[in-house]
Design a binder for this molecule. Structure first.
Ligand SMILES: *Cc1c(COP(=O)(O)O)cnc(C)c1O
Length: 391
């Protein structure tokens, strides 16, 4: 009996301008196709050492416990929470978008006594709000999202970090979308635990989650009275593989770590300041184009993310039809609104490899075409070109 075997895959070439994944450099894709070695092969152990050292540079930290968790960004979130939280511990979670909400859910599943403070989507928390909440709930851990991909808002961290530490708590920060696109200074800001993802501004396929833990976080993990509730994400076990003893825990995704190695190499070769400046420049060019078309941003100017632009859908435009046209006629993926913002906003990503003048101009031209009759023809492209000419 023979049944038809599916045809081999020939995925279409897209321009990935959504909330992640972002476009991948050819050298990173090539790294995925390199020969697989064993996960205890001395060659791979050297790869891991270099990944670890480059992650420390990108995170701006000297934290010993810095590594890639096998899983996407959400696995990094679970790793941080499940290691820091014992059942009954109090955790304060700041929720101003989908990912803060997810962190609160994860914390509750780990047995934390969760207190949530909330801000409307698109806004950020003030230090005063955090201070009042920390005083009231006296948490062991405060969780906050640096770059809320669901809304496009950038949360300032430094002042909040001082408040959290003055109250004797640990600061857990989601930097899935910010790492590699915006300054993320783990040591300077005294962040105790942080997780990211590979497929946003690091421009690597999804599959690994960089994490880092401070000494204080490590001490809290060592002082636990109960076992870490997850075997897979137990850093006390995993660190024996990343550390000197190289003890088998689980099989590291070998080729994904090759890809991350190359993506980190590319990031550091470009230089972090240059990379942040590139993200900012392309964001400002997009903004010039968007505003010239008469469209507006959701987030107040000083809190806008350069890598994730939330743009209000203009009256009379059909959300799904426009996104469908962008994808089918132009090969451009953008994101729709999540949660409370569904149907109201488009989320336009300019992450990592995607953040180029070419993509900004092609997107603006395609959007103008998709909104023909509703926006002035050519105005967006002209404004972005003028911006690039002057900056
Ligand atoms: C994408 C994202 C996540 C989740 O990462 P996955 O890779 O989808 O698991 C968490 N937090 C933020 C801010 C994100 O943008």
């Amino acid at each position: 009996m023979s049944s038809a075997v599916p045809a081999p895959l020939f995925p279409p070439r897209r321009i990935l301008m959504g909330p992640g994944p972002s476009d991948i450099a050819p050298s990173v894709l090539a790294a995925l196709g390199a020969p697989t070695v064993g996960h205890l092969d001395p060659y791979f152990l050297k790869v891991m050492d270099e990944v670890q050292s480059m992650l420390r540079s990108v995170f701006q930290t000297t934290n010993e416990l810095t590594m890639s968790v096998s899983g996407t960004g959400s696995a990094g979130m679970e790793t941080c929470v499940v290691n820091l939280i014992e059942p009954g511990d109090r955790m304060l979670v700041c929720v101003n978008g989908v990912f803060g909400g997810r962190m609160a859910d994860v914390a509750a599943r780990c047995g934390a006594e969760v207190t949530k403070i909330e801000r409307p989507y698109g806004e950020v928390f003030t230090p005063e709000e955090i201070e009042a909440a920390v005083k009231q709930c006296q948490p062991k851990v405060v969780g906050i999202v640096h770059a809320e991909t669901s809304t496009g808002a950038l949360q300032p961290i430094e002042e909040i970090s001082k408040i959290v530490h003055n109250a004797g708590a640990l600061l857990l920060m989601d930097c899935v979308t910010s790492l590699g696109g915006l300054p993320v200074e783990i040591d300077k800001w005294q962040v105790d635990a942080a997780y990211s993802g590979t497929q946003k501004c690091l421009s690597c396929p999804p599959g690994l989650s960089p994490v880092t833990f401070s000494k204080a976080a490590n001490d809290a993990i060592s002082a636990r009275k109960t076992k870490i509730a997850s075997w897979y994400f137990d850093t006390l076990l995993v660190r024996n593989y990343w550390g000197q003893s190289r003890a088998y825990h689980h099989t590291a995704p070998i080729n994904m770590n090759y890809a991350l190695h190359e993506a980190l190499r590319q990031t550091l070769a470009e230089g972090l300041p240059a990379r942040f400046a590139r993200h900012k420049r392309n964001h400002l060019a997009l903004r010039a184009g968007i505003e010239a078309m008469g469209l507006s941003f959701v987030v107040a100017e000083q809190y806008r993310l350069p890598m994730l632009n939330s743009i209000r859908i203009p009256d009379g435009a059909d959300d799904k039809a426009v996104r469908g046209r962008l994808l089918n006629d132009f090969g451009i993926e953008i994101g729709g609104g999540l949660g409370a913002m569904a149907g109201k906003v488009w989320r336009v990503g300019l992450m990592g490899e995607t953040s180029t003048p070419r993509n900004v101009l092609v997107f603006l031209a395609a959007l103008e075409g998709s909104l023909a009759g509703k926006v002035p023809a050519g105005a967006g492209v002209a404004a972005a070109n003028a911006f690039y000419g002057a900056n």
